[in-house]
Write a protein that binds this ligand. Structure first.
Ligand code: C2E
Ligand code: MG
Ligand code: MG
Length: 706
């Protein structure tokens, strides 16, 4: 920036460069007369003297004669001007060569004076020259400040004249448009500042035109995208304001804009993460609620149902706890993929957190369609999930609620689907249930059961019943299964289905299971000690107990403590226990096997494991689930499944037992299929210990149940 001249307005100092003393005196007199000492005049006769004086500073204006002893013509002016360009110069004596004087003005002199007009015009010309210079300097400072400011702000600034021709760009505007100032100035705005609507890709409205037309500041254009000269696009926010002249007329416009790509991307990302689950990237509760609300509005208008499916993965917690969260997360991702593949793209699969998923079926025409989807979902989950080199098996329980019957808003629909899901779980998992109003009562009951379950152990409210296993050929008792009962003070004798799932959920099953094992072993010893024939006793082990780290040790300790020989203990595990984590299961089973304990697969046929899959486990006994047995005589399909299981089981050297035999026909059929053993009401219901001892002494007399 050029040096700023401080003008001594009170008594401006004038440097007079004039060789002719007469002319010099004339000028001094004219100045003295006109302004009574207002100007202070210093007189030198040669250019060199003048230059020397100027470099010392303090001169407010120069009166210059171009013809001097040491310099002539325009050269005189040029030398002086280049030494002190900030000082206003007036040329004297234009009369003898007006053309020369004019040339000097063209090169930067403020004015020239004609000798005849000295008295009249000299003081005024000097004053004007000094003032004009001061204004120019002030303007220059102002302009410099504006330029520096415009270049240092983060916003891009672009100015146009009234006809939309670019007149100015700051540095940011240069970078963002890809146009340099030199190239852009003089071009139409639309060429330099190419903007489109990011959504429609149509040209956006010219903000400058609007500002000029409406003579007001025009706000942001939504979704505005600027296309740089090389085609690169950036999201921008812009505003335009009209520029006025002193008379208030619009002379152009200024457009201010900045890049919002980052913040727009951030806000898109924030919206996404606020509405999606981190692990699976599925919509979360928030977005689901939104979708259900929309879907309800549409369904109401179209007078058709929608369904909400609540899915809870069975035993996910144990996989997560035993194999770690990383594996757990991958399993959830795999599950979410299967869910997405089982529903239509118009449906919403969401994760509620934990192992719970909620699926909105918005395109159903009949509640029955939801059952079809539920079946499809359950089936999709059953194939092993191969994660971290292992095959993980998981299944789920589903509850379904239907709009409008089961709820008119998202919260109620989800809550009721959740309730129905609990009922599905109690029904033995891996199935689905539609919501029914009376289920809500049961939830309350469930909570109160959980409350009193905590004290049941200390209060000694549990007891075991015993059911014999029979050799189907001879009718002899070959073993006994211990089945837990809860003598609940308010509710009477409860069966395992009424409390075991709850005990599993809250973890109490581990302690309860220990008690069962100890009591069963103690009872078996007591019978032996009483002289009854020694019988293997079977104890049911739930997945939660089996996965407990102290399980094997607990079994060992109880055998030692009660004195029961290991070969008289049989542990019954369901297929799902075996399917959960095959590798870990094999090693636990082997430890038990080494101890001499027998192992049985309970409820075989209800899971999805095949016999060949089971071969990797050291199993002794296969118990065919009672649902097949019940159907034997009614359904030829079931009977052929049963005979297939019996034959394959036998060929794999398993002892095959049929559960739930209630009729002679069932027994006869099983016998013809060479099933070794059976269990069921036909032979005996589960009995209290004393009654069972009696039965042992007396032997079995078949009773037919209906
Ligand atoms: P499970 O191990 O398959 O036991 C057989 C179930 O079928 C028993 O029901 C038994 O009473 C019943 N049952 C036996 N014969 C017949 C028959 O001919 N017809 C019909 N309809 N049912 C018959 P329960 O005692 O209610 O036990 C149900 C389930 O609860 C058991 O199925 C077992 O999985 C579980 N459970 C029982 N006791 C325990 C225990 O101490 N710990 C664990 N974790 N689970 C247990
Ligand atoms: Mg059992
Ligand atoms: Mg069973």
């Amino acid at each position: 920036m050029r040096g700023v001249v401080t003008t001594n307005i009170l008594s401006p100092k004038i440097l007079l460069i004039e060789n002719d003393p007469t002319a010099a005196n004339e000028i001094r007199a004219a100045l003295a007369l006109a302004s009574s000492g207002f100007f202070e005049v210093e007189w030198v006769r040669q250019l060199s003297e003048g230059l020397a004086r100027l470099t010392k500073g303090g001169i407010d204006a120069v009166l210059l004669e171009l013809s001097l002893p040491d310099s002539h013509g325009i050269e005189t002016f040029d030398k002086l001007f280049s030494t002190a360009p900030e000082v206003p110069i007036l040329i004297l004596g234009g009369s003898y060569n007006e053309a020369l004087a004019k040339e000097a003005v063209g090169r930067g002199a403020q004015d020239y004076l004609l000798p005849g007009h000295l008295n009249y015009s000299l003081p005024r010309a000097l004053r004007n020259a000094i003032e004009r210079k001061a204004v120019e300097d002030a303007l220059y400072v102002e302009k410099e400040r504006a330029v520096v400011t415009l270049n240092s702000i983060g916003d891009a600034v672009l100015c146009t004249d009234i006809s939309g021709i670019v007149t100015y760009l700051n540095l940011v505007a240069e970078t963002m448009t890809g146009w340099t100032r030199e190239e852009a100035i003089g071009k139409p705005l639309a060429e330099v500042f190419r903007i489109i609507d990011g959504l429609t890709r149509q040209a956006a409205r010219d903000p400058m035109e609007m500002a000029v037309e409406q003579n007001r500041t025009v706000g942001l254009t939504v979704n505005c995208v600027l296309i740089r000269r090389d085609g690169f696009e950036s999201a921008i926010e812009d505003s335009a304001a009209p520029i006025h002249d002193r008379a208030g007329r619009v002379t152009g416009a200024v457009i201010v804009f900045h890049d919002v790509s980052a913040s727009r991307a951030m806000s898109v990302k924030m919206t996404h993460s606020a509405e999606h689950d981190v692990v699976t990237n599925l919509p979360n509760r928030l977005l689901l609620n939104d979708r259900i609300t929309q879907s309800i509005a549409l369904a109401r208008r179209q007078n058709r149902p929608i369904a909400v499916i609540f899915l809870d993965l069975d035993r996910f917690k144990y996989i997560n706890d035993s194999l770690g969260h990383a594996i757990g997360d991958q399993l959830l991702q795999s599950v979410s993929k299967r869910l997405l593949a089982s529903v239509r793209s118009s449906d919403t699969v969401s994760r509620q957190g934990g192992d719970e998923f909620v699926i909105l079926l918005s395109g159903i025409t009949h509640p029955g369609d939801a059952a079809t989807s539920a079946r499809k979902i359950l089936l999709s989950l059953t194939a092993p999930h191969s994660i971290g080199g292992r095959d993980l098996h998981i299944d789920g329980s589903i509850g379904i609620s239907v709009y409008p019957e089961d709820g008119q808003d998202p919260e109620t629909l989800i809550k009721n689907a959740d309730t129905a899901m609990y009922h599905a779980k109690e029904r033995g998992r891996n199935n689905f249930q539609f919501f029914k109003a009376e289920m809500n009562l049961k939830v309350v009951e469930r909570q109160s059961v959980e409350g009193s379950l905590h004290q049941a152990l200390e209060r000694g409210e549990f007891l075991l019943h015993y059911q014999p296993k029979i050799n189907l050929d001879t009718g002899a008792i070959t073993g006994v299964e211990a089945l837990i009962r809860w003598q609940q003070p308010d509710r009477g004798l409860l069966s395992p289905s009424q409390f075991v799932p709850i005990a599993e959920d809250c973890g109490l099953i581990v302690q309860i299971g220990r008690w069962v094992l100890r009591e069963a072993c103690r009872q078996a010893c007591a019978w032996q000690n009483a002289g009854l024939p020694p019988l293997p006793i079977a104890v049911n082990v739930s997945a939660v107990e089996f996965r407990d780290k102290g399980f094997v040790y607990g079994v060992q300790a109880i055998l030692r403590e009660t004195g029961l020989e290991a070969r008289y203990l049989e542990l019954e595990l369901t297929e799902s226990v075996l399917m959960e984590d095959a590798e870990a299961t094999v090693s636990v089973l082997q430890e038990l096997k080494m101890m001499g304990v027998h192992l049985a697969v309970d409820d075989f046929g209800t899971g999805y494991s095949s016999l060949s899959y089971l071969r990797q486990f050291p199993i002794d006994v296969l118990k065919i689930d009672q649902s097949f047995v019940h159907q034997i005589t009614a359904d030829p399909d079931d009977s052929s499944i049963v005979s297939a299981i019996i034959h394959m089981g036998k060929s794999l050297k398993y002892l095959v037992i049929a559960e739930g035999i209630e009729t002679r026909e069932q027994r006869t059929y099983l016998q013809t299929q060479l099933c070794a053993e059976g269990q069921g009401y036909l032979f005996s219901r589960p009995l209290a210990a004393a009654q069972f001892a009696h039965l042992l002494q007396m032997g079995i007399r078949e009773t037919v149940v209906h």
